[in-house]
Every structure is written in structure tokens, then in C-alpha cells.
Write a protein that binds this ligand. Sequence first.
Ligand code: HPA
Length: 249
Amino acid sequence: MHPIAIIGGTGLTRLSNLEIVRREMVPTPFGEPSGPVIHGRLCDREVMFLARHGYGHTIPPHKVNYRANIWALREIGVRRIVAVAAVGGIRADMAPGHLAIPDQIVDYTYCRDSTFHEGEIGGVVHIDFTEPYDADLRASLLAAGERADIDLRRDGTYAATQGPRLETAAEIDRLERDGCDVVGMTGMPEAALAREVGVPYACCAVVANWAAGRGPGSITMEDIDRHLTKGMDRVAKLLMSWLEHDAGD
Ligand code: HPA
């Protein structure tokens, strides 16, 4: 079975049940990944783990080397990526603590290195991105959620914002008019880069807070941390259920 990778976001810098085999710093033509890739075993499967913001959570969303991270995972043979990402909830049923498996993306980021195809070698490349997430991987995560009795939101449009600041209430109103259901800062270009290198990719979004103007008062880091802790317990349960039943490819 081919190894799978989990990219951990805010609140997930390690997988508690992962039996660590070794750590590998993978050099890439695009510079250094956020940290060494952890090779491990979980539920009898070979699982790689990479902390998107570094293991000490020191790399802000706009400074993550998304190209190096995705390149490194592909380089070591990873065939599927599940990206865990903290988000703010816009849609009424995206309350803090809940998990969602988004099915669409609107990209509002800028000034990020967002492609492996810069035009010189290999010419101009336009990937198909109609469905930004891998359908089979999404379906297997949703099935895992059902088996583990986790209350998963089964779809949702992910708005990728630049950060690192949170949004204004008016910006969230605009995102909602655009059809967005959750908002986060790391979904792009990560998803597009995975598509460029042909690695199936899906996102497990963990709602950390109500998006700006959607909850009472301002957004505090304490609230975010509290909801993330609760959400990450559910993520761990989901991943275990997924790995236990996943037949691999
Ligand atoms: N906005 C953007 N990114 C986020 C949020 C948010 O409200 N919460 C967690 N990541």
C-alpha cells in the first residue's frame, strides 16, 4: 500500500497515536519544507506527517513554503494527502468545534508561489481544477465519519484568505455573497499544487471560531484554542476510522 500523508495545521502539530519511525528533511528545488517529514505507522498503515506551520508553529500562513511541502511529500512517494485546516465558520451550521469536508474553493490569496509551472521549463500548464478536491478521498473521509458517528458537514466552499490577520465583518459578508461557507488561510495554493503533481488531496476543515461578525463580540485566541482542542479530538477519531477501513490504493 502506498503511504498517505497528513498535513497538520493550527492545533495539529503532531498525531498522538503515530508511532514515529524516523524524521526526514527532504530537499526540494523550491527550498525547505516547513520541517522534516515524520515517517510513522498508524493503524498498521504507513503514514507521513508534516506540520504546515512548523513543529513549533512558527510559520505564518502567507510564509508557508507550500511548493516545498507538496513537492517533498510527492518526492517520498506519498499517494494521497489529507490536509487538516482550522477555519472560521460562515454558514449557520458551521459552528465552532464542527468538522467539514469542503468540496469547493474560492481563492482570495495573493503574492504566494502558487504553481510549479513558471513557464520556462515545460511551457505553460493549465491544470483542470473544476473539482479542487479528490472525489474518492472525500467520499472515503465522509464514510469514515459516518462509521465513527462524527457529525461531519458533508460539503462547503472554502474561502482561502491571505492572512495573517482575521477578516473584517464586511469581508465575511462579501465571502458569504460569493457562496463561501468557511474561511481559512492555508487552503491555497496547497490544493492546487497537489493537483499539479497529481496527488489526490482532500481537506478536513476544523471550525475554530465563528467568522468575523458571525458570533458575539470579537474573536479571541483563547476561544480559538478551546474549540480547536475539541475539534482535534474529532479529527483524530476521524483519521483513525479512515485508516482502519481504508483499503489503500
Ligand atoms: N479566518 C481565517 N482563517 C481562520 C479563521 C478565520 O476566522 N479561523 C481559523 N482560521
